[in-house]
Design a protein around this ligand. Structure first.
Ligand SMILES: Nc1ncnc2c1ncn2[C@@H]1O[C@H](COP(=O)(O)OP(=O)(O)OP(=O)(O)O)[C@@H](O)[C@H]1O
Length: 692
């Protein structure tokens, strides 16, 4: 069985809106103005972002409909994460204005200072030198704070984006993770880690170019344009344009013709860069997915002597990544050069042409002034191009991140769903049919079962018969295609999901399959499994023994009294005491430092800590020595007291512990009497997948 009972905190409605002050770094704005805390309240004061799907009501997710290009749409999807950062953004832009103003003062001061040098006027030299020094200092400080503030905004926005995406991923139906074409865990991890970091670089690049912000804001929602942001650029642009118009209106008009050409070239190259970047992102994601599959299965790799084979597969993936990265880097290096060539080439041709036309009306001095003004005009225009390319490069990452957040839940919690404080544990499956997908045969077909409160039921049946599927339905990880499931006569669909999963615990074994071989051939994705063997391990996590047992309270306070009591009841106390640091011992990834029996008892202790009224026990088939097996069985017997237990049984001993035994066959249940079990257990073992 490959599911785990994730006892997550309540679904994050807009949980990413919840302030988590402890997680915040000290912000630059706080350093400067400790009283200002606005940037620490990311979206509290903002409407829920339009990109949020209204998943809890199960309503269809409608992607934002902006009447703008896809690029602008990508940028707009970041708006909810950037808006709460307006304080550092404005502060950054204010510093940018200070930097531009000081620069504009520095240029004439340099002239005066050099005049002082030639006239050897000491007093003037001292005064001008001091002013110039002060201006240079102001510019350096302003430039530093400009970058610090804008990085703060970009990094904070990326933090919230990560949180948002991860919470949406957690909210997705189990089907998203189990489906045949599911995005691998490694790919998801890569998107939330590396690609979110890329998005923060893109956000910084965009914020750092004021002209770009202006274009985007104008296109999207003018109310957000802070006048401040356009001041430095507008000043520079207007001054230069005025200068050029005075010198030669005709030449100025001709020069303006180059700009649309430049925009077209930049747009074309940007599209190319986006395609290349997407491939580069996907190649790293494939590498990350591969490592995520292979490294946890290292035991299997070594046992099968597959190091060489894995090394070859790694090289293949790493090489694909190498060539994609190289293409991306080359394209990034090429774009500014092409932009410049196009700009200056075009300009040269137009200037030459117009000079010929206006020969005699234009002197050399005017030409120098014109070209100087023009070069100052080029800077902000080039800045836009640069930011556009940064955005194009980050666009695949933005799209891939938001892809994870767009979904329609099939398991929908009703708005008026009830919260059950306590339950007796009466469970009814009424005419339940279920199949994975719409056009596939039912795994469960008109199944009926009544488990009375406090009763233990064993479920046996051939492999692939649907035992695990039944337990997934009881946890409401999927909804039945027809029929219903009742707990204490409440339909599961009327109960809040977190309430249901608080009352139903699952002790499961994680089936770790050998790594999936995945390669791309003739543009087609192909895959196969290395072998059909499966390793069964318990769903434990890297962390201490106490954290694994008290998993339910991991983010609050683990009750050590309850942990110890659960460990005693699960017969785990003895081995835990012998561990180097007892309950504080780190058990390694997936509990790798523990034996099979120890892992089983720890998993049982975790279920005991959760103290749910209904327990689903997926019994491990791995052979334990007789003492370990006895300890586990004793623990299971204790757990069965006062609980409704559904055991997916693989061993005859376990089957015999149950009050009633059912065989799941052809999607239906047959009850097996004790005498049938005892008299024909050999045939049953064959037909029911039992170990005897
Ligand atoms: N997420 C899924 N998507 C599609 N088919 C699935 C999915 N999970 C299970 N199945 C299929 O449903 C059938 C029942 O699987 P299930 O895991 O419930 O069997 P099981 O009785 O628990 O088997 P075992 O005893 O081997 O664990 C199998 O044919 C399996 O291939």
């Amino acid at each position: 069985m490959s599911i785990i009972r994730l006892n997550l905190p309540s679904p994050p409605t807009p949980a990413f809106l919840k302030p988590e002050p402890l997680l915040f770094p000290v912000t630059s704005i706080q350093l400067l103005f400790p009283a200002i805390k606005t940037s620490l309240k990311p979206l509290n004061s903002t409407k829920i972002p339009s990109i949020c799907p209204s998943d809890h009501t199960g309503q269809k997710f409608h992607p934002p409909q902006y009447p703008l290009s896809r690029t602008l749409q990508s940028l707009c999807s970041l708006k909810p994460f950037l808006l709460p950062q307006r304080v550092p953004i404005f502060a950054g832009w204010l510093c940018s204005l200070a930097s531009v103003v000081s620069l504009s003062k520095i240029v004439p001061k340099v002239g005066k200072f050099s005049a002082g040098l030639t006239n050897i006027n000491v007093l003037m030299l001292r005064d001008e030198g001091l002013v110039l020094g002060a201006l240079l200092l102001v510019r350096s400080v302003a430039s530093y704070w400009q970058q610090a503030f804008l990085w703060e905004a970009a990094v904070n926005a990326a933090y919230w984006l990560r949180v948002y995406v991860f919470e949406r991923v957690l909210e997705r139906d189990l089907a998203f993770f189990e489906d045949g074409g599911a995005i691998s865990a490694g790919d998801i991890a890569y998107r939330i880690t590396a690609e979110a970091a890329d998005v923060s670089d893109t956000m910084y690049a965009v914020l750092n170019v004021r002209e770009f912000s202006l274009i985007c804001c104008c296109g999207y929602n003018a109310q957000y344009i802070p006048v401040l942001t356009i001041v430095p650029s507008t000043l520079q642009l207007s001054a230069m344009v005025a200068q050029m118009l005075i010198i030669s209106p005709a030449l100025s008009l001709i020069s303006a013709v180059v700009i649309p050409i430049l925009v077209l070239v930049i747009a074309h190259l940007g599209e190319k860069l986006k395609e290349i970047s997407k491939k580069a992102h996907m190649s790293v994601a494939a590498l990350s997915a591969y490592l995520n599959e292979v490294l946890p299965a290292i035991l299997f790799v070594k046992a099968n002597n597959s190091e060489q084979c894995e090394s070859t597969r790694f090289r293949r993936l790493a090489h694909t990544n190498l060539s994609e990265q190289l293409k991306k880097r080359k394209m990034k290096a090429l774009i500014p050069q092409i932009t410049q060539i196009v700009y200056f080439g075009g300009l040269f041709i137009f200037c030459a042409g117009s000079l010929l036309v206006s020969s005699g009306s234009f002197d050399g001095c005017s030409m120098v002034s014109f070209v100087t003004s023009l070069s100052f005009l080029v800077e902000p225009i080039q800045g836009v191009g640069k930011a556009y390319n940064e955005l194009k490069q980050g666009e695949p990452a933005i799209e891939r991140l938001f892809d994870l957040t767009r979904f329609n839940s099939k398991v929908i919690e009703k708005p008026d769903a009830i919260d059950l404080d306590s339950i007796a544990g009466d469970v009814k499956f009424c005419d339940v049919s279920f199949g994975y997908g719409d056009n596939v045969p039912f795994i469960l077909n008109g199944l009926n079962l009544h488990i009375k409160a406090g009763e233990t039921i064993a479920l046996v049946g051939p492999s692939g018969g649907g035992k695990t599927t039944l337990s997934k339905l009881l946890l409401r990880l999927y909804d039945p295609s027809s029929g219903c499931i009742l707990i204490d006569n409440h339909n599961l669909q009327d109960i809040r999901l977190d309430s249901l999963r608080r009352h139903v615990s699952l002790v499961s074994q994680d089936i770790h399959r050998p790594p999936l071989l995945l390669w791309v051939e003739d543009g087609e994705r192909r895959h196969t499994r290395a072998s059909l063997h499966v390793l069964k391990i318990k769903t434990l996590f890297a962390g201490t023994v106490a954290e694994n047992i008290g998993y339910r309270d991991l983010t609050s306070k683990i009750d050590m009294g309850k942990v110890e009591h659960a460990a005693q009841t699960a017969n785990a106390e003895e081995f835990i005491r012998k561990l180097p640091e007892g309950y504080k011992t780190n058990i390694g990834p997936r509990g790798s430092s523990l034996s099979g029996g120890q892992k089983q008892r720890l998993a049982l202790a975790r279920a005991l800590y959760q103290n749910s009224s209904i327990l689903i026990l997926d019994e491990a088939t791995s052979a334990l020595d007789s003492r370990s097996e006895l300890l586990v069985r004793q623990a299971v017997e204790r757990m069965m007291e006062n609980r409704t237990v559904l055991v997916i049984a693989h061993r005859l001993e376990t089957v015999l512990m149950a009050e009633r035994v059912f065989r799941l066959h052809d999607g239906k249940l047959d009850e097996l009497t004790r005498s049938t079990l005892m008299s024909s257990h050999h045939e049953l073992a064959v037909s029911s997948g039992l170990v005897i």
